[in-house]
Design a binder for this molecule. Sequence first.
Ligand SMILES: [Zn+2]
Ligand SMILES: [Zn+2]
Length: 174
Amino acid sequence: MIFPVGGVDVSIVEFLAFSLPETMELPCKVSPAAISLEGTYDIIRKQCNSTQLLERLLARKTSDDVKLLGVTDADLFIPPLSFVFGEAQFDNPASIVSTHRLQQQFYGLPEDSRLLYLRCEKEAIHELGHSFGLIHCSDYRCVMYLSYSVEDIDLKTNSFCPRCHGMLRKRTKT
Ligand SMILES: [Zn+2]
Ligand SMILES: [Zn+2]
């Protein structure tokens, strides 16, 4: 289940709802009720606290076998890190991705919505992978590779390497 968090672009959420089921081999729906950013904003950092948003997502849990993915345009941080593209915790069905630093405009470059969609998709799959208990992968082409920059994200694919894919299958199929 995808939850818009704050005022995120609806077309990105719709793109993810369309593309994620193929890679994750699971159905995906968009929640009609967005999650508020209120109270998670740090005035000094000008960023929102990612971990607080995960708690808000978790509060929306209605069933044990549903994963909750938040998508936001707010810039996210987890102390002490300066920023994160997203966050997920092990054994927690909630995860979140931010489009903020995935946009070319953030780096002073012309807007490229296609590239933005692809980056969002990879980061969403990555965080969902964590929700299913997957750890980081050393294969730079695998979607579970830890990306420190958009260049890293652009280099990896939107799919799992055979090893990660095998682990995912074990956890999604009973
Ligand atoms: Zn990760
Ligand atoms: Zn892998």
